[in-house]
Design a protein around this ligand. Structure first.
Ligand code: GLY
Length: 369
């Protein structure tokens, strides 16, 4: 008999099998589902940072089931994403998210040589954003030359991978400089992390913290906490440097202390108590990071906390019906609604829930490494 995690993974694969054809027939990469339809990214077309999660989901299903249906859909989306190399204009530090889970996953799962080259191409784009003053530039806006953000800790794996593949340490050297800057400037004494820090692009000196997608300046945007937790865990896995594991453990302790009694995750750990604003994506990402951290430390508490999060999502926030294309509900793109979605389904929430289930079930191909 299947346990609840195996059953959930099976039902997720079946649900996506039913709804994938609507995306492929429309020739698009889903960003979220709404009113029973897939919706493409609200900004920047296929250059929007979330495009990799759809093929990533397909590779997760392929790894679990070996069904070419999912692989073919991943390849369809990968083509749309690698076409963006030529557009170039809107690509930013999130090429890690976009290409680790598309061509990176393709190369990893099948050994395809063009996919391997495309992954190195993406790594070179990320490398091109490295400012030797000490950080990787996040976005392209002319007034944000010195901005770095916590999310980038997840993108660094692309650089570590490029160094492993090529034998050239310049990629990983840049990643380590950025990770050390993040450790020094983003990690706070209470184990929380800032979302955005602005640096002087000439000197690398800290200029100021900016409020980002969380509640307010100095608050704790929960998805940013999750990016830090998983990102430092990956930095440790990539380098073996203890300081990154310590950082991941401090962020994990702070995160665990803020999980709601129902296992769900508030959008910001400092939001007003009167405000019911949930972001389940944060919980799904954190669950993945915690399960990897358990492997690195042998500390079972991390795995238990991860299960609390996954149980919360399975018990309260999965829509298994055919009224909605996607799965995870109560995903929130940004605390102060930016139109990208609040208490809705968003594809990267589905991705991390499925990755978390795959880790529990022993089918995760670990696409981040
Ligand atoms: N900027 C990445 C995120 O919204 O989590």
């Amino acid at each position: 008999m299947q346990n609840r995690y195996q059953e959930a993974a099976e039902r997720a694969a079946e649900k996506f099998r039913r709804f994938v054809p609507f995306a492929s027939k429309a020739g698009m990469i889903p960003y979220k589902s709404e009113k029973g339809q897939w919706i493409p990214s609200p900004y920047d077309g296929n250059s929007w940072w979330t495009g990799g999660f759809w093929p990533g989901l397909m590779w997760q299903f392929y790894a679990a089931k070996g069904d070419a249906f999912y692989r073919d859909e991943a390849l369809r989306a990968e083509k749309l994403l690698t076409d963006e190399f030529r557009t170039f204009r809107d690509l930013n530090h999130d090429v890690g998210f976009m290409y680790l889970l598309s061509c990176g996953a393709h190369a990893k799962m099948t050994g395809d040589e063009q996919a391997r080259m495309d992954t190195l191409h993406a790594a070179s784009l990320l490398m091109g954003r490295f400012n030797p003053a000490g950080f990787i530039r996040a976005w392209n806006n002319p007034d944000r030359v010195g901005f770095a953000i916590i999310d980038c800790m997840m993108n660094l794996s692309l650089l570590f991978r490029a160094s492993r593949e090529t034998g050239d340490p310049r990629f990983s050297n840049a990643a380590i400089v950025h990770a050390d800057t993040t450790l020094r400037e983003f990690l706070r004494s209470d184990g929380s992390v800032s979302h955005i820090i602005e640096f002087d692009p000439q000197t690398g000196n800290r200029v100021r913290e900016h409020a980002g997608q969380g509640y307010a300046l100095g608050s704790q945007w929960s998805r940013g906490q999750a990016w830090g937790l998983y990102g430092f865990t990956l930095a440790y896995r990539n380098t073996g440097m203890e300081r990154y594991r310590h950082a991941a453990e401090r962020i994990a302790a702070n995160f665990a202390a803020h999980i709601r009694p129902d296992g769900l995750t508030d959008c910001d750990f400092c939001q007003p108590e009167t405000e019911e604003r949930i972001d389940n994506i944060a919980g799904a990402i954190a669950a993945c990071g915690l399960m990897e951290l358990e492997k690195d430390t042998g500390n079972k508490t991390y795995g238990e906390t991860a299960l609390r999060l996954v149980d919360g999502l399975l018990s309260h926030c999965c829509d298994w019906s055919d009224r909605q294309c996607g799965l995870l509900t109560h995903c929130t793109a940004s605390y102060h609604d930016d139109g990208a979605g609040r208490h809705t389904n968003i594809t990267y929430g589905d991705y991390f829930l499925v990755e978390a289930l795959a880790k529990i079930n022993g089918t995760d191909p670990m696409l981040w490494l």
